[in-house]
Write a protein that binds this ligand. Structure first.
Ligand code: XCC
Length: 639
């Protein structure tokens, strides 16, 4: 590799593993990125199109080549189409996840599935009431069936009406604004362009249709549909995933976990769960902790089975069950290189296919479980919800069976771990505040806290691992800005100790005082990627409480180190919900000045929310603080 381990990651545990990787010649995301250089400039600008067989076509940004593809599409059309397809893919991933949980809820309610139960009837009743479903004097399972029916219907709705999850959860003023925008956009374009999400699946299909050869060529309507589909993810698919998971597995409450590779235990059978959906990992955990499996582990010389998480499956388990997390996206290969992982069990999303090859260098069983994530070289154990107990038991047994094959000479576990206080669901944040948003509103109003930044973000081998996440977060809390968020950003913050009470010392005096009073860290873990819906709900609660639109709030979003198409959908639904959103690395839109202007300027006028790109974390914090101060002036909190 041309770069030193510590230039690839700021995490000392990662740097230690990368030294081993370099020595042994293992392939990693970093080495493969290096091998890919130079990457395609057209792809980076978004000006290539493969949507028909007259292509592929590309537009040279330096105006030295053709200005149009074979069909006549120009750079604006290409960039907008490509962006819309990214949002569609991202929304699909989250929403398909949500669909599966809604279907499981239905099966539990109808008695078809007895391997799961409704763990949290209180949340069920709250969700039902919000959706206008009668709860008084009704049986839990009956209400659960109705909630599941409404959720499932949101996916396949065929009409023009907005889905009920969106109308029931969106804050009042935002709902009005998005409805009114249809008229404004009609005046601007002459076309019927709506932003309120209809059926979740329909919005994805709409994008695939309109970006098909010979359909929509207008960058404005393409971007509008991209926002509408993303809003159907945030206020639909992802929200359904979060709410149904809370009903089935519990609403997160505050707990303390450990983060980083040091959570792997030499004396235990280490079983790493990776991916996104808690439906499988909750069961794996249950079986791993069972006396039967503990006994089986002892029989092969281990002290028990140690389940740890990676990425968003890790986030789901740490939020609800207090399970330790081994790391974020770029830790997935490093975890296997420790030589101490008996099984890595994956479901869907963010799983490098390289993990199969890498596992074959060790005794590690790399187990795929979803028909949507088949990886050559993996051991596939198909997961079926209706047979969850038997399959989870088999998976745990497979990990235990691998333990005697561990080669002690190949084991190296970096000892780094940090404690993190996690579990900040909206319900838990409100509980910490005494049941209402009033105290938070008050400390924001009197300037003790200037505002709030919500961060989601992946890891991206193009950015030194965790560098942007940590520098930006530290810079913000220093300025009395509360930071909360999800995904791989949250794991980065946990690994760096920013989610324990000592981190209060790194906060500015106002934020520090508030955190000390409430006994919370200045950086709050709100869950997995789909739990970005929790940030929407919290923002909506604040807006409704104050009687203002979300765009008026001193709240900013960010997706540093973003990688996946899901991040495009998330950023877009935050923008559609009125929030300014920072991105780094730059998304593939710069090949179109028109699309760039729509997303960074016109969106601001129409929606209040907009994207901005910034490469330097301190400059990003400067920009965020300036936005927050501007919003405070708008609310009359500053002169
Ligand atoms: Fe994937 Fe959700 Fe990104 Fe991490 S943060 S790399 S999407 S696991 Ni959502």
């Amino acid at each position: 590799m041309g770069t030193r381990p510590d230039q690839r990651s700021v995490d000392p545990a990662a740097a230690a593993m990368l030294k081993i990787s370099d020595r042994e010649g293992f392939d990693t995301a970093w080495s493969r990125l290096e091998a890919q250089q130079p990457q395609c400039g057209y792809g980076q600008l978004g000006t290539c199109c493969r949507n028909c067989s007259m292509g592929p076509c590309r537009i040279d940004p330096l105006e030295e080549g053709p200005r149009r593809g074979v069909c006549g599409a120009n750079a604006d059309t290409m960039v907008a189409r490509n962006l819309a397809r990214m949002a569609a893919a991202g929304a699909s991933a989250h929403s398909d996840h949500g669909r599966k949980v809604a279907l499981l809820l239905k099966d539990v309610a109808s008695g078809r599935n007895t391997d799961y139960t409704i763990f949290n009837p209180d949340k069920l009743m709250v969700v039902a009431a919000r959706l206008g479903i009668a709860t008084e004097g009704r049986e839990t399972l009956e209400v659960a069936g109705d909630v599941a029916d409404v959720a499932i219907a949101c996916f396949g709705a065929q009409g023009e009406e907005t889905i009920p999850f969106s109308t029931s959860y969106m804050p009042e003023k935002r709902l009005e604004l998005l409805k009114d925008l249809e008229g404004t956009l009609a005046e601007m374009t002459g076309a019927r362009i709506g932003l309120m999400p209809r059926g979740i699946d329909r919005e994805v299909v709409d994008i695939m249709h309109r970006t098909h050869f010979g359909c929509d060529a207008d960058p404005l309507s393409l971007v509008a549909q991209s926002l509408r589909c993303s809003l159907g993810d945030g206020w639909g698919g992802s929200l359904i995933a979060t709410e149904c998971q809370d009903i089935l597995f519990g609403t997160p409450t505050v707990r303390t976990i450990k983060a980083n590779l040091g959570v792997l235990d030499t004396d235990m059978v280490n079983l790493v769960v990776h991916g996104h959906e808690p439906v499988l990992s909750e069961k794996v955990l249950e079986w791993a902790r069972s006396p039967e499996m503990t006994e089986a582990a002892r029989a092969v010389g281990a002290k028990g089975v140690n389940v740890v998480g990676l990425c968003c499956t890790g986030n789901e388990l740490l939020m609800r069950q207090g399970v330790n997390v081994a790391g974020n996206l770029l830790h997935s290969e490093l975890a296997i290189m420790t030589g101490a992982v008996e099984a890595m069990v994956v479901d869907v999303q963010c799983i490098f296919p390289s993990l199969a090859d890498l596992s074959s260098c060790f005794h590690t069983r790399f187990i795929t479980t979803s028909e949507q994530t088949n990886i050559p070289g993996a051991l596939h154990i198909q997961f079926e919800e209706h047979d969850a107990n038997a399959i989870a038991r088999r998976i745990v047994q497979t990990a235990i069976d691998a333990f005697p094959g561990r080669n002690a000479a190949k084991v190296y576990i970096p000892q780094e771990t940090e404690e993190a206080m996690v579990g900040f669901s909206v319900e838990q944040i409100l509980a910490a505040l005494g049941g209402t948003p009033d105290p938070l509103v008050e400390v924001i109003a009197n300037g003790t806290i200037k505002g709030v930044v919500g961060i989601v973000g992946c890891n991206n081998a193009k950015v030194q691992q965790d560098f942007f996440h940590l520098s930006l977060t530290r810079e913000l809390i220093k300025r009395d800005i509360l930071v909360l968020g999800t995904g791989c950003w949250a794991i980065a913050a946990a690994k760096a100790g920013l989610m324990n009470l000592d981190a209060q010392q790194q906060a500015g005096p106002g934020l520090k005082a508030v955190c000390e009073q409430l006994g919370i860290p200045p950086v709050l873990h709100m869950g997995s990627c789909v739990d970005c819906s929790r940030m929407l709900v919290l923002t909506g609660a604040l807006a409704d409480h104050l009687g203002v639109d979300t765009a008026a709030l001193p709240v900013v979003g960010s997706a540093p180190e973003w990688t996946t198409e899901k991040a495009v959908a998330i950023g877009s639904y935050f923008v559609g919900s009125g929030l300014p959103v920072h991105l780094w690395p730059v998304p593939p839109i710069l090949g179109s000045p028109v699309v760039t202007k729509i997303l960074t300027e016109s969106a601001k006028d129409l929606l209040g929310g907009y994207f901005f790109v910034e490469e330097d974390p301190v400059a990003t914090a400067d920009r965020m603080e300036a936005i927050i101060m501007e919003k405070r002036v708008g609310l009359g909190l500053e002169k």
